[in-house]
Design a protein around this ligand. Structure first.
Ligand code: DAT
Ligand code: MG
Length: 140
């Protein structure tokens, strides 16, 4: 499998609880390399642009309000099959369904406040990485 890059976000529920290091250890233990990372505060409008694909969903307002409720850590993870591997380490969207040992099983508070985001396909990974990072911030 090819080396890939994916966009990860450590969400406000996790940054508030000081879990960035514990979550990053899960990525690194799974062989994912953190090749870019920054802590930022999104506006609700920016969160809405990022999650535009969900704008017709009933939880869109709740989701964008939550994503703007505190700092997030946005990061680029790299590795063999990084997109699928990251989704595996994250666990299912709803923590009640997440496999034991996954980030969401261990740390997520609810389906909405579920600690992490990860891109779901090569095309979205590319778009999401360029949403947050310029070429200069990404070492080749
Ligand atoms: P994922 O983050 O696993 O890719 P998704 O793309 O379906 O999940 O949804 C994006 C985010 O929206 C998800 O991480 C949390 C929120 N969300 C999804 N379903 C929800 C629901 N039923 N109620 C509240 N928030 C929800
Ligand atoms: Mg998704």
């Amino acid at each position: 499998m090819a080396t890939e890059r994916t966009l990860s976000i450590i969400k406000p529920d996790a940054t508030k609880r000081n879990l960035t290091g514990k979550i990053n250890a899960k990525f690194e233990d799974a062989g994912l390399r953190i090749v870019a990372q920054k802590r930022i505060q999104l506006t609700q409008d920016q969160a809405g642009q990022f999650y535009a694909v969900h704008k017709e969903r009933p939880f869109f307002g709740e989701l964008t309000e939550f994503m703007a409720s505190g700092p997030v850590v946005v990061q680029v993870l790299e590795g063999e099959g990084a997109i699928a591997k990251n989704r595996e380490v994250m666990g299912a969207t709803n923590p009640a369904d997440a496999a034991p040992g996954t980030i969401r099983a261990e740390f997520a508070e609810s389906v909405g406040e579920n600690s992490v985001h990860g891109s779901d396909a090569p095309e979205t990974a590319k778009e999401e990485i360029s949403f947050f990072f310029s070429g200069l911030e990404l070492v080749g």
